[in-house]
Ligand binder design. Sequence first.
Ligand code: BGC
Length: 268
Amino acid sequence: MEKKRKLEGQTAIVTGSSNGLGKAIAVELAAAGANVVINYNSDEEAAAETVNEIVSAGGKAFAFQANVGTEQDVKDMFDKCLSTYGFLDILVNNSGIQRDRAFHAMTLDEWNEVINTNLTGQFLCAREAVNIFLKQGLRGVSSAVGKIICISSVHDIIPWGGHANYAASKGGVMLLMKTLAQELAPKKIRVNSISPGAIQTDINKEAWETDEALNKLLQLIPYGRIGKPEDVGKQALWLASDDSDYVTGATHYIDGGMTLYPGFADNG
Ligand code: BGC
């Protein structure tokens, strides 16, 4: 008998999934049988490519433009998901940006832009998802009523000079996630974070594009390699599936040991 795929009959929205981590997550969920909404803010072409990749592999996906920090955009995206697929079972809050600057020179715009996308965006999307989950109830495709995966960062725990806006947004995501997990566990909604370390994507290109930069970066990673988007994709699939049914409110560091204070390995 053919084994049932882990997300068969389920629907997922993955924010910021035209590129990078979001794309790898969307591809992984689709391969496990989920219908996927590929959300993008500006890169329409890349979003179409992601959809193409999923559909040519036999999966279901469509692209939707929405700025996750804009309430109406978010509502429109969730409406479109329901009118297309009928249900929603999984939200992956992945959209994230960096606007790096020394603290004394950081502008209010740089602060607001990062908080708006990285933190307020997660609030707006989670609120829509939770309202849909509560209305749907258990529908026989998963042991949970709904699953939310917040993509955070090792910088929800590691302070990061020159990135106060980003670290503050991710620290906020951590307690948003834990509070939602606590509040919604009795409703059978599971909420978890993935906190990636250095994963090779466009957001941190400067940290790996030359040998010199990469060698410097590797000093921060005890496992001795930079992460691949698939490392995060696989963890997202686990958290979205019933394999992790007893897991809620947990931060999962996918970081090759970056959070292990490598500077103390032979020091201190
Ligand atoms: C940041 C990357 C950085 C990594 C590890 C991520 O959250 O977006 O730019 O390489 O953390 O420092």
